[in-house]
Design a protein around this ligand. Sequence first.
Ligand code: 5AD
Ligand code: SF4
Length: 477
Amino acid sequence: MYDNNPTLENIAKTVDPNKQGSVLETYSNDDSNKKFYIESYGCAMNFSDSEIVASILAQEGYGSTSQLEEADLILVNTCSIREKAEDTVRKRLSVFNKVKEEKPGTLVGVLGCMAERLKKKLLDQEKLVDIVVGPDAYRDLPKLIHGAEDGERGVNVLLSREETYADISPLRLDTNGICGFISIMRGCDNMCSFCVVPFTRGRERSRDAFSIVAEAQDLYDQGYRDVTLLGQNVDSYKWENPDTGKTVSFADLLVMVAGVHPDLRIRFSTSHPKDITDEVLYAIRDYENICKYIHLPVQSGNSRILELMNRTYDREWYDAKVKRIYEIVPDCTISSDIICGFCSETEEEHQDTLDVIRKSKYSLSYMFYYSERPGTMAARKYEDDVPLEVKKRRLNEVIALQMQVAHDHNKADIGKTFKVLIEGDSKRSDKDFKGRTSQFKVVVFPKTENLKKGDYVDVKIKEVTSSTLIGEIVKAG
Ligand code: 5AD
Ligand code: SF4
């Protein structure tokens, strides 16, 4: 999980957010004549958006396929967060174009964050794609596809202040049937100086709280037991009920979703340290099924760099937040995102980042070296002056320390018993199950009769690595 590959809001998730790309397929509509193939890159939000796109396409009679060659429509849901993410997508586009040469009439479409950024280039100069659709324009896909079938190049990258796709029931893709994602808001109003997201995904808007609860209920009814509420900055979720005029805060929403069923675990991501409130912490403490896990990206451990990053908190504020979390929810784990080698970062400032990892005791971090993104405040105002070798060396130091901190964190779990939700077979052996604790730690343990994925078991931890707890069932159900 430690890499600098395409990923955006790296929520810790069951679909590995850091993997290079994922082909999504869950259903196959054999009656349909047309088939689409979709690959998703980047954050959980993108994966979740692909499920909305799949739903829109299904209504148009499209079935999905995981075979490129079979597809009439090839879509790639893209990420712009780092240069490398964009490079990967470009490589994939040239592969798709080869497929197209073999099978004329196949349409290639670019969705997501790169669409907004590179529409002109992709359509006109490079002629790589037929359709370009930004994150707020997926409802327009059918129209654009019809146009493209008639030889028109279809583009819609308009960003919206209202679109939340609240009424679209996502078609679950690439799923284990236990863990699902619910998008609760879109866009971001924070202007972190390094980040391209506010430009590619537009202004922040929150989705109707009742439609979120209904989606959680639907997932529960389908057998899901773990839902993650997704947003670039979930703590600023705010929705006004038009009937009562009352505002639903994120803490209120958590409690509403937790009420769906005590067996449905609720997670959320991402929290901005400046916005997470005590009310949210109390909700986590008071509801057993709201998971004891917070993704609280620090980005840097140094106050000067945090100011340049426009994170709007300093190191002291961050430390105090972490302290507050452990005070109110002592068994909570915290994870983070870290950027190494931001503009003008000195060795001493880098040491502060190592220090914040130690002090915060992260169970997990997603770590990157800084990649300048055109159009961002940092690209306009600051020089990207830390040499690549230095960025990489600092990143390696951060990764090594995080692994050690995670290992120590896991060692402290030896001898403890955790309630684990079974997610399926372990990767290494079908004699073992893999599951997760409320704290989002992966647990592997020998299977016993009569247990299946979706069940809860109590597992006592015997051994650990830096990424996994290994244990034995002490009580089923
Ligand atoms: N360079 C490197 N990492 C970045 N991130 C966002 N923008 C950049 C960038 N320009 C990281 C941040 C963010 C995570 C999703 O990606 O750590 O929290
Ligand atoms: Fe980017 Fe900052 Fe918004 Fe996260 S909070 S999406 S890092 S601008």
